[in-house]
Write a protein that binds this ligand. Structure first.
Ligand code: SF4
Length: 373
């Protein structure tokens, strides 16, 4: 998960008290500390503070870490680590095999709401129009054209509410923002998602399960476009953004999403006649989708094609581009295919996109975001 800003570090509040207490209670001797990329500059300071307040020694798990899907797992047990302190992400529905203490990080910026209101006004009008004039399910022949045009058009709305969401370090702002937006005349809901999400209003780059037909448009509190891109790809609904770090308001432009969909469409088409695929399986505890990978292999074999299963902890072009295959199907973090495809020498597609390329799924249902439930 991305979205951490390394600027304004002094305004991030790290709650180490529970961790210190747990270390003392259990007389823990060695812990592993895991922090998101944007906060790594402060890691040594945190290690100092834990080692000063307790008798434990701290090892920094210094590999890249983008989410709670990427928990330090049993490899560190061999090093003698007894407890993992994972900072800045919340617990998921996974078991890493290691005792883990999640440490919340809160950013104390509270942006003015005024700048985002013009976007919300426009988006509410779009949602209301859509509610009153629902678009009918597209026929097969024009499905592909629509697919490249916009996502989500066939999802029926039952209301035009504003869905209020945010990235984890800003979630504490949501209740107050809900009240302010309601005072400004909006009908607001804070969506509650599935088991991969811990808090109301939370979104992950791979999970927007709080979406429902009552939500007509969204406001995202956070920085960067990582979560907004996924949310719009998943829902097809208008999205305004308010950045608590800068106070700036913007929207996820339709052109941007269309560009991504055109790229996805091009990759799908380029895979239609490919014969040899590498199916990537992520080894990180919250990214491992072995059953899905095996299903993709069976689908390929059914059509007389080859699917080679490759398991990796980290996925990057230098680790796979040399294999003699024609394309990759990624079952690890869904965002590797969506955000990083251009870095690879061969087409890199999601499992759903492979199903479309093989003719197992049809265009007319719109783009299906690869969500990890
Ligand atoms: S799987 Fe990817 S998008 Fe999902 S939490 Fe992990 S890094 Fe983020």
């Amino acid at each position: 998960m991305k979205g951490w800003k390394s600027m304004d570090l002094e305004r991030h509040d790290f709650e180490l008290a529970d961790l210190v207490e747990r270390i003392k209670e259990n007389d823990t001797r060695l812990i592993a500390l895991q922090v998101p990329e944007g906060l790594k500059m402060q890691a040594l300071e945190m290690m100092d503070s834990i080692e000063t307040e307790t008798s434990a020694k701290v090892v920094l798990a210094a590999d890249p870490c983008y989410g709670a899907c990427d928990l330090v797992h049993d490899k560190m047990q061999r090093m003698g680590v007894e407890l993992v302190a994972h900072m800045g992400h919340s617990q998921m529905n996974i078991d890493s095999g290691m005792p883990t203490q999640f440490i919340p990080v809160i950013y104390d910026g509270d942006p003015e709401m005024g700048a985002v209101i013009p976007f919300l006004e426009e988006h509410r009008t779009i949602a209301r129009n859509r509610l009153e004039n629902p678009v009918e399910t597209t026929a097969d022949q024009d499905g592909r054209e629509k697919f490249e045009d916009m996502v989500g058009r066939v999802a029926p709305l039952t209301d035009s509410k504003l869905g209020l969401v945010g990235s984890i370090q800003h979630l504490h702002l949501l209740p107050d923002f809900k009240k302010r937006l309601e005072d400004a005349g909006y009908d607001v809901t804070i969506p509650v998602g599935g088991a991969r999400l811990t808090f109301p209003g939370q979104v992950l780059g791979c999970n927007y399960s709080g979406d429902d037909p009552t939500v007509g448009h969204y406001l995202f509190l956070g920085s960067g476009d990582f979560h907004p891109i996924g949310l719009v790809l998943h829902t097809g609904k208008p999205l305004a953004m308010l950045d608590p770090y800068s106070g700036e308001a913007s929207e996820m432009g339709r052109e941007r999403i269309e560009r991504i969909l055109r790229q996805r469409s091009g990759l799908i088409m380029s895979c239609m006649d490919k014969q040899r695929f590498a199916i990537l399986i992520g080894e990180k505890p919250g990214q491992m989708r072995r059953t899905l990978a095996l299903r993709m292999k069976r689908l390929l074999e059914k059509q007389g094609k080859k699917g080679y299963l490759l398991a990796l902890e980290h996925i990057g072009p230098d680790l796979i581009d040399f294999y003699p295959v024609d394309a990759y199907v990624n079952t690890a973090c869904p965002r590797i295919a969506i955000d990083d495809a251009v870095r690879y020498g061969k087409p890199l597609i999601t499992p759903y996109e492979l199903e479309v390329a093989l003719g197992e799924k049809k265009w007319e249902h719109g783009y299906q975001f690869d969500e990890i439930p």
